[in-house]
Design a protein around this ligand. Structure first.
Ligand code: NAD
Length: 499
């Protein structure tokens, strides 16, 4: 029996009325386990109207009182961690431990957002001119929306909702239609934590729902994460509508391996960062760049050995290193890239196609795939594959290695493994990429810094979480005030100056 999912609006689950649905699979078995309603324009407009009313009361609460709701929410997520993680694994396909990590990295941003009373304090200048005081305050935008990808169904919604709610906005989440159940469960937890109904809403849907959010004047900001073509479309459309937008896109993250690096450490880091979560992470390492032929040969030998011992299986099997991909279409797309790599002349060292897990023959599995001798002109180097495929692109020297991520069209994350401080320092200063790891394979910054890629990996000038997020979800109002006793000059016809 296939469950019918809902939207979460005004503090409760409501059925979809559009008559359109999308199947939600269990990628481990390949079976359809639910269907999710795809909202019509009218349904989305009703959610916006409801959120607009709810936001007024929420914004009037003092920031500390709002933060207390988030504190209670954090305790509830901790209480329900295991059941949320199982639900997440069952729709996404990542392992149970990895699903807990997905939730936890979202939780950390909500923990940061609990600091809203401090983060929302404005600036004050007393005596800016004779009898004149100037102060600024940060006010919520009103109704804001988040449009999120399938690959982190807890973390990315919380990266957006935490700061947006703490700042006094109402939030409409349009999660991925492929794994919407955890976002719906988060809606329930917000209500249990004491959030007023209508302040956090989940509307399920596809392009119709997204376009409604983009074109409705009552929605003041759009936070998007997903693939680059959609990120660019959303950024351009939002800007044309006069909305602020931050839109994060795809990636091709390189790891530079210097000859002095510990190659066992590097190989372990590459296996985890390349194949973890079946490579479906925007911060996965998909390109290994060993410097020098000797480093490359030694590293490739270690990778081949480790790849052959990886265990791929159902998401909830504790022995699985990684689980299935999210959909049959994803398996087909990644398999096509493997063929493209072979046709382009790269050397295929491990082929994950046709991978079958006993007892789960219909699951969406792909074995680990490894290519060597991939050159920068090949499509498998230039394009995001988003699957368990690691490629090795050899560089003759450090400068050649530095140029690769710097000149790539994506600029999300990059890392360098070396024991040499000078090299690491030069690399971090010069590489043209938003987030850099030094001997850290997946440099996702912690909650009180911020997350954002460069070039085709990010559109907009403010990052996700950290203090940037409070800037994104608020607008600045600046007050210049003078009391009557300070007003002595009569009318003035020149620009006021602070003498
Ligand atoms: P996607 O672009 O297919 O979907 C993202 C969201 O956009 C979903 O909610 C989807 O319903 C919506 N959407 C899809 N097509 C649309 C259209 N034509 N018009 C309007 N909305 C549309 O991405 P995905 O497959 O869910 O996620 C994987 C991608 O996300 C990868 O490219 C990955 O690199 C990227 N990603 C980036 C980051 C980052 O921070 N840079 C983080 C996670 C994932």
């Amino acid at each position: 029996m296939v469950r019918e999912l809902t939207h979460f609006v005004g503090g409760k689950h409501i059925e979809g009325t559009s008559g359109r649905f999308s199947d939600v699979f269990d990628p481990s078995t390949g079976a359809v386990q639910a269907r999710v309603p795809l909202a019509s324009r009218a349904e989305v407009e009703a959610v916006i109207a409801n959120a607009e009313i709810a936001q007024v009361e929420w914004a009037a609460w003092n920031p500390q009182r709002r933060a207390r709701v988030l504190l209670r929410f954090l305790a509830l997520v901790e209480r329900d961690m295991d059941s949320l993680a199982r639900l997440l694994s069952s729709e996404h396909g990542k392992t149970f431990e990895d699903a807990k990590g997905d939730i936890q990295r979202g939780v950390e941003v909500v923990e940061f957002a609990v600091g809203a009373p401090h983060l929302l304090k404005g600036d004050y200048t007393t005596g800016a001119g004779t009898g004149i005081d100037v102060y600024s305050m940060r006010q919520p935008l009103g109704v804001v929306a988040g449009i999120t990808p399938f690959n982190f169904p807890a973390m990315i919604p919380l990266w957006k909702a935490g700061p947006a709610l703490a700042a006094g906005n109402a939030f409409i989440l349009k999660p991925s239609e492929r794994d919407p159940s955890v976002p719906l469960a988060l809606g329930e937890l917000f209500i249990e934590a004491g959030l007023p109904a209508g302040v956090f809403n989940v509307v399920n849907g596809d392009k119709e729902a997204v376009d409604t959010l983009l074109h409705d004047d009552r929605v003041k900001a759009i936070g998007f994460v997903g693939s680059t073509p959609i990120a660019q479309y959303i950024y351009e459309t939002a800007a044309a509508q006069g909305k602020r937008a931050q839109c994060f896109g795809g990636a091709k993250n390189h790891m530079i391996i210097m000859p002095d690096a510990d190659l066992d450490q590097v190989a372990d880091a590459l296996i985890g960062a390349g194949y973890g979560s079946a490579g479906e992470r925007c911060m996965a390492i998909s390109v290994a760049v060993p410097v020098g032929a000797a480093t490359a040969d030694a590293l490739v030998a270690k990778l081949v050995e480790r790849v052959s011992s990886l265990t791929v299986g159902p998401a909830l099997d504790p022995n699985s290193d990684y689980g299935p991909l999210v959909s049959e279409a994803a398996v087909a797309k990644v398999s096509e890239y493997i063929q493209i790599g072979i046709d382009e002349g790269a050397e295929l060292l491990a082929d994950g196609r046709g991978f079958v897990v006993d007892g789960f023959e219909n699951g969406f599995y792909l074995g680990p795939t490894l290519f060597d001798h991939v050159t920068p002109s090949m499509r498998i180097y230039l394009e995001e594959i988003f699957g368990p495929v690691l490629i090795v692109t050899r560089a003759d020297d450090y400068e050649a290695a530095l140029r690769l991520p710097s000149e790539h069209m994506y600029g999300n994350g990059v890392s360098i493994f070396t024991r040499d401080g000078d090299t690491a320092r030069d690399f971090t200063a010069r590489v043209n990429t938003g987030m850099v790891g030094v001997n850290v394979p997946i440099p996702v910054p912690i909650a009180y810094h911020s997350f954002g890629g460069w070039k085709k990996s990010g559109f907009g000038d403010l990052n996700q979480f950290g203090t940037d997020s409070f800037k994104f979800y608020t607008k600045t109002k600046t007050v210049t005030s003078r009391w009557p006793s300070g007003t002595k000059e009569g009318a003035s016809f020149v620009m006021p100056q602070m003498h």
